[in-house]
Unconditional design. Sequence first.
Lengths: 205, 103, 545
Amino acid sequence: MTIPQILFYIFALVTCGGAIAVVVSQNVVRMAFWLIVSLGSLSGLFFMAHADFVAGAQLLIYVGGTLVLLVFGVMLTASGAQRQLKMSPADGFLAAGVGTVFLTIIMSTVISVDWDGVSKTLTGEVVSQKIPTGYNKGEEGNTIRRLGLGFLGIRADKDLGAPEDKKISTGYLLPFEIVSIHLLVVLIGASYLARAKRKVAPRTN
Amino acid sequence: MEGISLNSFLFVGAILFVSGIVCMATKRNLIGILMGVELVLNGANVNLVAFSRYSSIGIDAKFIALFVIVLAAAEAAVALAIALSFYNNHQTIDVDQADELQG
Amino acid sequence: MNFESLLNKLIEDTLQLSLPLFSAELVLCGTIVLMLLVRLFNADKFLPAYIVSIIGVGISFAIACCDYSKLSTPGFATGEIFTGLLIFDQFTAFFRIFLLLFLTLVICLTELSGIPDREDGPDFYTLLIGSTIGMLLMISANHLLILFIGIEMTSVPSYVLVGFMKGRKKSSEGSLKYVVYGAGTAGVMLYGISLLVGLLGTANFSEMGANLHQILASQSVEGVALAISNPVVGTLLLGIMMVLVGIAFKLSLFPFHFWCPDAFEGASAEVAGYLSVASKGAAFALLVRFCLSIVGDYSSVDQFSNIYLAIGIGLGVIAVVSATYGNLTAYTQNNIKRLFAYSTIAHAGYMLMAVAALMVIMSADSGADINKAELASRCIQGLLYYLTVYMFMNLGAFAIVAFIRNQIFSEDLEDYKGIGKAFPVLGICMGICIFSLVGLPPFGGFFGKFAIFASLYEASTIHWSMFVVLCLAGLNTVFSLYYYVRILKTMFLEERPEGAPDFQSEPNLWNSGYVVIISAPALLLGIFPGRLSSTVQDIASVLFN
């Protein structure tokens, strides 16, 4: 086994193990801990897939932001008695059944597809066989510049060197900007709900 | 490359997705359900990142993955605010206690 | 292309082509920021939030109308904007006008009925407009990312809107259920998107169909229909199904409807009316775009027609089950908002039948002697007509519920006894809305239903299952008569019990006027269907050029 393979299996094992531990845990605080473990090592998997920027964002935003928010939620709402979650055996069987069914479906479809064949049909080459060059040497493995330009709408990776009359490729300027409006609206909504409650006169019921 | 196949990534994604679904189906606590949602979203993100490396979609899938991270953060913020608002009214976030509306 | 010419092209595309066609949305974004600034500088005493929002939405509506009329000028090219992320055509323009008109009406309603109060106004209108921006993205989506962002931008503010009356237990419970189902289905939908993106190698709607044909063609053997056991077909169907789950949640279709009655009962009637119409309209526009994009070039689907047929029949089954479930469950309801929630589930079912018929027609062999474009555009026509009438009749019903709530502080059907006599205008308008919802001639709902049933009949010549759908849909219409009429019976034929609390105020001229204006189109569109039906005909035919 090569070193990347060993690293991949370690990260994959921790990710999957953490995810299953989230399901099995009976305690919200433990669930939160396992979720952090799982999603943190997932960012390691992203590095293994040469997605360095996504991996960094995963660590900074997901693990550092979203999950901390969830832990706050646990702290603010879980009082002693409810921190422990009981799962009845019937629920357990149901969960195992649902899980097995979904996993079987995905195994028999997604995992069995000849993905190399599909990408060969579409582009005429087997993408996964392309050997990436090392960091900072070429384009591969160093995604930040391409992603940054793409967010500004410029697809240098696709359009540079293309014929002059070609239509420019899909850039992501619009979602990049519109998400900021979304975040503003969400901020206002969340702060409204979390703000101290005014006395509301009973209207209906 | 390096002996890691696309299918091993997809397998990790599938495990995360199924764990998330099971978590959503069985947990009785709103925060627990939200954790299930995060697992599902991350399962999808693993797929996106892996496809971005191994299939013809290319870097576009990474853009989608990044937007998912942002949108998930926004969704979690609102869900927590709703959880707090529910907690203020009911002194619990056990979804089984949400039983006033029925029929 | 070098970097400089690339940059110039991008600037030209964004500033000259895309942004002018996006200005309606930009004005809405500006309104949100303006409302924040007004509150920041304590100017909301002189400039209440509803005035800011109604001016903003009004300007945006005017721009949308101008864009629509621009479309009919010769030489105006419609097509993809923002480098292929959005699409601007007659269909977009129609739904943009639909949503903005509806938003204007809802803002007027909230101002008349007094929810929200002065202090919460800016928050409420920010959320309302923010969620509408999401819908505007949904209707013009041309990319799977925009599909996801649109649905998220629509849903997340509406979770807060449902829980807006935060002091009330029911309100927070409704929003809790909404957020749980919403977040769950969004996750499932994203997994489906990831599968489609990986399989098709593109996320642009305009390329998805062609790539899909290419992949399926490489899998199929001459003369043998593609089986679902083929992993590629399985993955494809799984991905499509999961995306449809996300859309079905927005449409509150069975089995993703659980949130709907609870959220509607917990929310105020104004918010329930907004959610019932606007998010359905946007989700149907998105559904049509998504379905057409996976069909791709409809003249060359012979080889894999069974896949599209399966999707069509699946949608048909969901449609029938939703309609039947909604109508049967509505029988036993006592809370009027809950009753209308089940009725919206049923109506979403009726409207989905048009999309099911569309998919079945698309799956027809090219050997069959039919004009696919013609038949398919008739399905869309029915859908558009139905949605337009539905906007007026459903908003009318919810507006009346809101006004009556302000009079008797109750939303139980029990307490509606004798209301029709005390408030004749509200009562009569409720009658118009309800008869239109049932689909009796000469009300507008009749023509919508008739058009959809007619396209189901045409689809039944391609596959018999659509005939079953048609029959069950007809039966459903009869079922629904009973519980709708029960509302009217309570309002008009029963006496107000002795000792019932007094009404809060005299019948208000503004309220009555508003209700008349909203419910009149439900009647007028039934008596004079010509103008609207020729408009929707033009719009629908554009999709199949």
